[in-house]
Design a protein around this ligand. Structure first.
Ligand code: PLP
Length: 383
């Protein structure tokens, strides 16, 4: 778009923001610039190199994501974990304390407990803004949350946490992977940094591994410096695939929201199902928080079977929905967190956070809702 003005709506920004207009041919799509060797001295006096995070295809994705998350600038990485580790390593040093949400994504949990602690960073885990406030020490530097969380879709009050961070001079970081900027814009609620696994909804087609950070120009400058040394950049072809996926993000999210809402209501009414976790359901413990800070409730849900031992059989019986890890693609996927993402926890730890052995997580795709409901109906029949 010639002008990335925020006066455009989100669907328009998905399509047009950041596009590198092709001056050679007048083509409508950004050309893919594959070079890893660029002229030096360069006409603009910048040394272009993929690991310096400054190639045209990287910049296209960054401009689009900054426009969607409504931050000043963005950086694109080779994975969500590359984005997250760069943020944490760039802003924390030995002796600092960082406060994290207790139900973190498994990879982030491992990074925090294995790597940050090894480097002499103090870490602690909390659920509510009140608990975060009570955890602040003289050496606290950073607050880190995910909302909605995996796999129970718990939501944390982002505006209250952002205010706490700003009052106390702490860097506030939110993993916005589950919501996407279509459903939730944490930077507008006062957060300093939004991170994403772009592998999930942002790309949306289960065929690219990527990560993103969106923040202020100052913070992105510091992160670019660190990331150039850590080296976790994304190549031109993957940047292009991610750009292409992002063009339909708003359209896809509308259908994810709609399908997940319908499936949540269907499962809630099903006799084989004991409980459904979806922030859009009035009975969800964080429904009132979700209504305040989300414009759609997303495509992720989880549910408990009345018979907790029946999970494997339900997954076997599904005909269209695929038992698989990962999430956020156009196709519906299911998994059993106690056997996959949360298998490294002990039974007691899982019980403590409320992850039952029969809990089934669904990444609700954008298939016809009638086909989705029919597949779950036949898989649950007679249970
Ligand atoms: C998948 C995921 C990540 C990690 O992203 P990768 O692209 O796999 O490195 C981080 N946070 C959340 C919430 C995720 O779902």
């Amino acid at each position: 778009m010639k002008n990335d003005s925020n006066s455009f709506g989100l669907s328009t920004r998905c399509i047009h923001a950041g596009t590198h207009l092709d001056s050679a041919t007048g083509g409508a799509c950004s050309p893919i610039y594959t070079s890893t060797a660029f002229a030096f001295p360069n006409p603009n006096n910048t040394n272009i190199y993929p690991r310096y995070f400054n190639t045209p295809n990287q910049q296209v994705v960054c401009r689009k994501l900054a426009a969607l998350e409504q931050g000043e600038e963005a950086l694109v990485f080779g994975s969500g974990m590359a984005a997250i580790s760069t943020v944490l390593l760039a802003f924390l040093k030995p002796g600092d304390h960082a406060a994290f949400q207790s139900d973190l994504y498994g990879g982030t949990q491992q990074l925090v407990t294995r790597e940050l602690t090894r480097l002499g960073v103090e870490v602690s885990f909390h659920r509510t803004p009140g608990e975060f406030a009570g955890a602040i020490r003289p050496n606290t530097r950073l607050l880190y949350v995910e909302s909605p969380s995996n796999p129970l879709l718990r939501c944390v009050d982002l505006a209250t946490l952002a205010k706490l961070g700003n009052d106390q001079g702490l860097l506030t970081v939110v993993d916005n992977t589950f919501a996407t900027p279509i459903n939730q814009t944490p930077l507008l609620l006062g957060f300093h940094v939004a991170v994403h696994s772009a592998t999930k909804y942002l790309n949306g087609h289960s065929d690219v591994n990527a990560g993103v950070v969106v923040s202020s120009g100052d913070i992105i400058r510091r992160l670019t410096e660190a990331a150039t040394n850590y080296g976790g950049m994304l190549d031109a072809h993957s940047c292009y695939q991610l750009e292409r996926g992002l063009k339909t993000l708003a359209l896809r999210m509308r259908q994810h929201n709609e399908n997940a809402g319908r499936l949540a209501e269907f499962l809630q009414a099903h006799p084989a199902v004991a409980a459904v976790n979806y922030p859009g359901l009035p009975g969800h413990p964080d429904h009132s928080i979700a209504i305040r800070q989300m414009s759609g409730f997303g495509g992720m849900l989880s549910f408990e079977l009345r018979d907790p031992s029946g999970g494997d059989e339900v997954l076997r019986r599904l005909r269209m929905v695929l038992p698989a890890l990962s999430l956020g693609g156009v196709e519906s996927l299911v998994c059993i967190p106690s056997k996959t993402s949360h298998r490294l926890m002990t039974l007691e730890e899982r019980q403590q956070v409320g992850i039952g052995e029969g809990l089934i997580r669904v990444s609700v795709g954008i298939e016809d809702i009638a086909d989705l409901l029919a597949d779950f109906d036949q898989a649950l029949a007679g249970r």
